[in-house]
Design a protein around this ligand. Structure first.
Ligand SMILES: [Zn+2]
Ligand SMILES: [Zn+2]
Ligand SMILES: [Zn+2]
Ligand SMILES: [Zn+2]
Length: 246
């Protein structure tokens, strides 16, 4: 059940009360978003005549002919009164994101929004690893779009983490490949929500290193790999005094 955007229109008296009180009169459109954000638009430009962003409350009253909208946020108030309404609708709305494919469950559009993949129909949502890009390829197992994500090398995985977990791919490739910079014991691939990291396997060593988003391109003088990341070259050990060179 998608959220609803309320759209009301009419010849309205718009009163804002806050630091100062202002009144407008005109044929305007009032939009009330699912998060209560209330916008009053007139004929001109993109900017609302009056608005309150995510107010604490919005009350809409109507008598069939006209309507009154009262939005309150602390001491601020926005009130819109129409004697005669020309429109009063509630329309389904979703967040908007970059199209990335088709939902394998219901064929609905999938978009990428705020680091997640969301189906606009069933609203199923899953998170993407940091730095991942969605590709044109489709997962053969489940039909979801695939992603490219760099953790030491480029992995091409299903975007649905329950189908093709990043931590398994990184573990298959890099578990116990590198040695702890503090004691020389094997580094194991471990996983915490939203993060793949390396942990020393020696019982008395607590060294952990996060695996940066990037590809290993060289070997540091300390023996660990040098990563090419979006912000430049660095040693896998972020505190390595030798560092990633140039
Ligand atoms: Zn769906
Ligand atoms: Zn899949
Ligand atoms: Zn260690
Ligand atoms: Zn190093």
């Amino acid at each position: 059940m998608p959220a609803r955007l309320r759209v009301l229109a009419g010849d309205c008296r718009v009163t804002e009360r806050g630091d100062r009180t202002r009144t407008h009169r005109g044929r305007v459109v009032v939009l009330i978003k699912p998060d209560n954000t209330t916008l009053v638009h007139d004929a001109d430009g993109y900017q609302p005549v009056a608005w309150l962003t995510r107010p604490e409350s919005v009350v809409v009253e109507g008598d069939g002919a006209g309507f009154t909208v009262t939005a309150r946020d602390g001491s601020r108030r926005l009130r819109v009164v129409a004697e005669a309404a020309t429109a009063s609708r509630a329309l389904p709305v979703t967040e908007a994101g970059i199209p990335v494919g088709t939902c394998p469950d219901d064929g609905g559009p999938l978009v990428r929004s705020r680091g997640d993949v969301v189906c606009l129909d069933c609203e199923r949502r899953w998170g993407l690893p940091a730095g991942a890009s969605v590709t044109d390829a489709t997962c053969e197992a489940c039909g979801s779009p695939k992603i490219r994500v760099e953790r030491g090398e480029a992995f091409h995985l299903c975007s649905d983490p329950s189908c093709d977990p990043l931590e398994e791919a990184v573990s298959d490739r890099f578990d116990r490949v590198w040695d702890c910079p503090d004691c020389g014991t094997d580094l194991a691939v471990r996983y915490a929500p939203g993060r793949v990291y390396l942990a020393c396997t020696a019982p008395d060593c607590e060294t952990t290193l996060s695996v940066p988003s990037g590809v290993a391109v060289d070997e540091c003088a300390c023996g660990l790999p040098v990563f090419e990341t979006a912000t430049g070259r660095r040693c896998l050990d972020g505190t390595c005094p030798v560092g990633g060179g140039t």
